[in-house]
Design a protein around this ligand. Sequence first.
Ligand SMILES: Nc1ncnc2c1ncn2[C@@H]1O[C@H](COP(=O)(O)OP(=O)(O)O)[C@@H](O)[C@H]1O
Ligand SMILES: Cc1ncc(C[n+]2csc(CCOP(=O)(O)OP(=O)(O)O)c2C)c(N)n1
Ligand SMILES: [Mg+2]
Ligand SMILES: [Mg+2]
Ligand SMILES: [Mg+2]
Length: 319
Amino acid sequence: MKEFDFIKQITPSFYKQSSVVKGIGDDGAVIKPPNGHELVVVADAMVEGVHFSLDYMSFHDVGHRVLAANVSDLCAMGSTPLYYIVTISVPTQYTKEDISQLYNGMQGLAKSFNMDLIGGDTTSSDQLMISITAFGSVLSNQKRLRSQAELGDLVFVTGYLGESGYGLHLLEKKEPDSYFINRHKRPVPRYHFIQASSRIDRLSLNDISDGISTELNEIAEASSVDITINYSQLPVHTDMATLQEDWLRELVLSAGEDFELVGTCSKEAWVQLEDACHQFNIPITSIGQVRMQAGERPTVKLREEERDIVLDREGYEHS
Ligand SMILES: Nc1ncnc2c1ncn2[C@@H]1O[C@H](COP(=O)(O)OP(=O)(O)O)[C@@H](O)[C@H]1O
Ligand SMILES: Cc1ncc(C[n+]2csc(CCOP(=O)(O)OP(=O)(O)O)c2C)c(N)n1
Ligand SMILES: [Mg+2]
Ligand SMILES: [Mg+2]
Ligand SMILES: [Mg+2]
């Protein structure tokens, strides 16, 4: 792959965001953050063999998925996506056409969110790695932090849990394409949740990359509260409800990569949030409550048949 030709090929002919002063083509990009907004910056990388396998994913799928993971983090901060920077490390066996497909995957998703590619870096490597840094803007009083959960809040989650993990299992078994496989290959970040929730004063929010057990523990820790969720309230797609019980439990609590949003809000705000999400066609379910912190460290509990068990971070961890 000739680096220079390739950069020319991916350079946009114009930028959708008027705040891009200088995009691709100099030593750095120059951006002028939208007036009255704060800039949110996120980074997420994906590595072949760790986050995806090219045995069953196309380059287009991989591009879509890595940008989706970054946009999901922007949404989890309450911000509107603006721009992204891509760093790729490419093994020599991959062609210019392969990498063009990867960029097509990113650009397809970027188009639906009006995001601009404003720079990046390219290196050779033994393993395909794509690292994205993405930027979003948020009004200062609309940031959605993990530390904003309060005593008495309801806990909510968007969409259905465990679908991506189930899709990965079907892919590994070489099953034909299906709804669940598509949920794994082409996750769609909850972009409209940001608009749907814009009138709510305070939300704590996290996106589900590692699994809801991990994400809820992060909210509990950041907010110094205990959280209890009810297993029977966790939203599960009807076609997964028949899976073997222990496996389903694992998929729902810890498989991760659903890129749904989990968070908390006051009971008064919940009525408004539920209504707004329905108007935007976003499935949302109340799954538990925020309680006073009782022990030495913030704890998440799972209530099942009137019994509470401590729910540790069971989600994915890089060793
Ligand atoms: N290698 C790193 N260097 C600096 N900060 C990091 C690194 N890895 C993660 N972080 C920071 O740690 C925090 C949690 O990261 P992570 O668990 O990956 O969040 P998420 O699950 O939302 O992607 C974020 O603020 C992130 O920017
Ligand atoms: C080939 C392959 N093996 C395993 C997985 C499962 N997996 C890999 S990383 C991960 C968790 C999310 O990745 P991480 O880098 O922790 O994302 P972040 O929390 O930083 O957004 C999961 C469930 C996968 N998607 N593909
Ligand atoms: Mg991360
Ligand atoms: Mg996240
Ligand atoms: Mg992680």
